[in-house]
Write a protein that binds this ligand. Structure first.
Ligand code: V47
Ligand code: SF4
Length: 357
């Protein structure tokens, strides 16, 4: 651990062994100070947030990820599949509001194709032209491309022409193939996830990345995941933010009893900040963490708390998150940031400042 801490203090890149040593470190205060030092070098005293809402077009999905509490079969109780008209209605309810981002992610619906999703993007952009559309995980893009018989490049270009401007980081889960086979058999493979993000970066579509942790993976699997992302980021520079997603255990069949304790969540934030030295932003996603842990994560390297959300996502509430109706006002977001001793900075999807009038 001493060697890893010294390397971190000297600003040297940490190898896999250093990452493992940090995960084994019991001294949370030390991890907090190392990660805070790093976050200050990258982001100063700022903590970012945005004004956003989510559209989840459907929870009908061909995949069977065992950690997922959200997916349903077509026709099953609790399933939904919005038509484009219904999505237009949702967007109309935000006209005149200062929303800067629409986040669109859902299940992999067997009957919906890339042309449906291109029309969906077009419809959203027509109604909310000032908002950036951040849409579709690599898993959804993979299915759209395969169904249409198009390359990833052609698929992403078609979606871009219709309004896609950025991609969220979902679907990464854990890259280690042995664990991946157990938690999400049949889902888009790790290398394909990375290839789709690499293609997006080449086409000028900036993306995020995630890691689902706190289930059956070990620290070694987390380190492997982070280093595969760091390697791609060295190549493309196209990732804006990384979001560690803590596994929520209710209403799914993974069968892991309970969830990792807060200390492990905070330790993981610090290690992610220190290992991912080339991804500028580390997001504490409050609908999944809860607001208090989100705020404490700001002392373990996080510099972004996502946005207003406006009760528009169900992925975490269906998995047992405390936030059953996630909504925060701008004032509340800013209060969490200032109370933690940081300076709030409203951003757009690309972390450019939104200036206050
Ligand atoms: O890929 C599903 C995760 C992800 C559970 O890019 C679960 O800004 C925990 O990626 N416990 C989708 N996690 C959400 C996502 C995301 C969220 C917020 C911001 C951004 C961004 C991206 O949700 C899935 C999966 O890893 N997930 N079920 C669960 N039970
Ligand atoms: Fe489908 Fe996503 Fe749930 Fe997996 S995590 S079953 S891909 S909705």
């Amino acid at each position: 651990m001493r060697l890893a801490a010294e390397k971190a203090l000297q600003g040297e890149r940490l190898p896999a062994a250093g990452g493992q040593a940090l995960y084994a470190c019991e001294d949370l205060e030390l991890l907090s100070s190392l990660a805070t030092r790093k976050r200050r070098q990258i982001n100063g005293n700022k903590v970012f947030y945005n004004r956003n809402f989510h559209i989840e077009p459907t929870n009908i999905c061909i995949n069977h990820c065992v950690f997922c509490s959200y997916r349903r079969q077509a026709g099953e109780a609790g399933s939904w599949e919005y038509t484009i008209d219904e999505i237009r209605e949702i967007c109309r309810s935000y006209v005149g509001q200062p929303v800067t981002e629409v986040h669109i992610v859902g299940g992999v619906h067997p009957a919906r194709d890339i042309y449906f999703y291109a029309s969906l993007l077009y419809a959203v952009k027509q109604i909310l032209p000032q908002a950036t559309i951040k849409a579709f995980t690599a898993v959804e893009i993979d299915y759209m491309a395969q169904k249409a018989g198009l390359s990833y490049e052609k698929s992403l270009l078609l979606l871009k022409e219709n309004g896609l401007e950025a991609m969220p980081g979902g679907g990464a889960e854990i890259f280690d193939e042995t664990i991946r086979r157990q938690i999400c058999p049949g889902k888009t493979g790790s290398q394909t996830w990375l290839d789709i993000h690499e293609t997006a970066h080449r086409l000028g579509i900036r993306t995020n990345a995630t890691m689902l942790f706190g289930h059956i993976e070990t620290p070694a699997h987390r380190v492997d995941h982070l280093l595969r992302l760091r390697e791609l980021q060295d190549k493309t520079g196209g990732f804006d933010a990384f979001i560690p997603l803590k596994y929520k255990s209710q209403h799914n069949c993974l069968g892991v009893a309970g969830e990792v304790p807060e200390a492990e969540v905070l330790r993981n934030f610090a290690v992610c900040r220190l290992l991912l030295d080339n991804i500028p932003h580390l997001k504490a996603y409050w609908p999944m963490l809860g607001k208090d842990v989100m705020q404490r994560a700001l002392h373990f390297g996080a510099d972004d708390i996502d946005g207003t959300i406006d009760d528009s996502t169900k992925i975490y509430s269906m998995a047992g998150a405390d936030e059953q109706h996630p909504t925060l006002t701008v004032e509340e977001l800013e209060n969490y940031i200032t109370a933690a001793g940081y300076q709030p900075a409203e951003r757009n999807t690309f972390y450019e400042p939104i200036l206050k009038l």
